[in-house]
Design a protein around this ligand. Structure first.
Ligand code: AKG
Length: 281
C-alpha cells in the first residue's frame, strides 16, 4: 500500500495535513473542473442572493454535496483509485468508504472559513477520516488558502464547532491559542491535493481575489466506522443507520480499493435525495 513516500507519511502523522504536489495534470484539472463547475451551476446557479443576504456560513462558500450521485462523470474523480490509495496510505487504512464529496466554491468577497475540526461534526467513530482537498486552480493567500494547526489532530481535542450554526444554537467555541499550534497557511500549487485528518484544526482565508476559488473535496472514512452519536447527518439518515451500527450501504460505498474501472451505482433512487449543503432559514 506504499503509494506515497515515507516523508509524506511522516509529515501527515506529525502535522495532520500534507500537500501532495503534481497529483493531477492539466488535462485532468480541466476535465474535472469543468464538470464540477457545471454541477455547481445546476445546483445553486439560480441563487441570486447577494452575499449580505446569505448566512455567515453560506458567505464562506457555495457548498454542493454528494455530486457523484447526480453527475456520473464525476465518479471517476470521487472514486479515483489513485486518490483513494494515497488517502488510505496516509491514514494507514486497509479500506476506505466515501462519506461524501463536495464542491466548496469560495466566491470573490467570500468570507473566511471559521476554524473547526471535522470529526465532531460527523456522528461516527472512531476518528478515522481523511479529506482530499483539490483546488482546480491551486490556492493562494488571496483566493482562500487553507490554514492548519500542525499536530492538533494528536491533542485529543474534539470541539464541536458548529460553523454551520444549524446543529446547535450557541456560538461555537473558538480554539484558544494556548491549546493549539499557530496556524500554518498553505498555498497549494496547481495540480496538488491537500489531505487533512478529521481532527486537524483548520480554517481558510477570505477570498479577496476576483476569481472563484474552485475546490472539490472527497471525504473518506475507514471501513468499519460506526454511527457513534444520534444527531442528524444525511450520509447516515438516508440509509437508516442507527447508533452503534456499522456505516455501510449505497450512499457510503467502498471508495478504495475497487477493481479498475468499477464505480458504484448512484443511490439517488433511495428516495431521500442528498442535501446540497447547509442553508440557514
Ligand atoms: O475550503 C474551505 O474553505 C474549508 C474546507 C474544509 O473545512 C474542509 O475541507 O474540511
Amino acid at each position: 500500500m506504499a503509494a506515497v513516500d515515507n516523508s509524506l507519511l511522516d509529515a501527515f502523522d506529525r502535522d495532520g495535513f500534507v500537500v501532495v504536489e503534481d497529483f493531477f495534470d492539466a488535462t485532468e484539472l480541466e476535465l474535472f473542473g469543468s464538470i464540477v463547475d457545471r454541477a455547481v451551476k445546476d445546483r445553486v446557479g439560480e441563487d441570486s442572493r447577494s452575499m449580505g443576504d446569505k448566512s455567515l456560513y453560506e458567505q464562506s462558500f457555495q457548498q454542493c454535496m454528494n455530486l457523484w450521485e447526480d453527475n456520473p462523470a464525476l465518479k471517476e474523480l470521487t472514486f479515483s483509485q489513485k486518490l483513494g490509495e494515497v488517502a488510505a496510505s496516509l491514514l494507514g487504512a486497509k479500506a476506505l468508504r466515501i462519506w461524501h464529496d463536495q464542491a466548496l466554491y469560495k466566491e470573490p468577497g467570500g468570507r473566511e472559513t471559521d476554524p473547526h475540526q471535522d470529526w465532531p461534526l460527523w456522528p461516527m467513530g472512531p476518528a478515522r477520516q481523511i479529506t482530499a482537498w483539490i483546488p482546480f486552480n491551486g490556492s493562494t493567500l488571496a483566493s482562500g488558502a487553507m490554514g492548519y494547526s500542525p499536530g492538533s489532530h494528536r491533542l485529543g481535542l474534539a470541539k464541536f464547532s458548529d460553523i454551520t450554526r444549524e446543529i446547535r444554537e450557541e456560538p461555537y467555541p473558538y480554539f484558544d491559542h494556548s491549546e493549539i499550534a499557530d496556524v500554518v497557511w498553505v498555498e497549494a500549487p496547481v495540480g496538488s491535493v491537500v489531505f487533512h485528518h478529521s481532527l486537524t484544526v483548520h480554517r481558510a482565508k477570505p477570498n479577496s481575489s476576483d476569481q472563484v476559488r474552485r475546490v472539490y473535496c472527497v471525504i473518506y472514512f475507514e471501513d468499519g466506522c460506526v454511527r457513534s452519536r444520534p444527531f442528524p447527518h444525511q450520509s447516515l439518515d438516508r440509509q437508516g443507520i442507527q447508533e452503534g451500527e456499522p456505516i455501510q450501504g449505497r450512499v457510503t460505498p467502498i471508495a478504495w480499493p475497487r477493481p479498475s474501472g468499477d464505480v458504484p451505482e448512484s443511490p439517488l433512487d433511495l428516495g431521500s435525495p442528498p442535501i446540497t449543503g447547509f442553508r440557514s432559514q
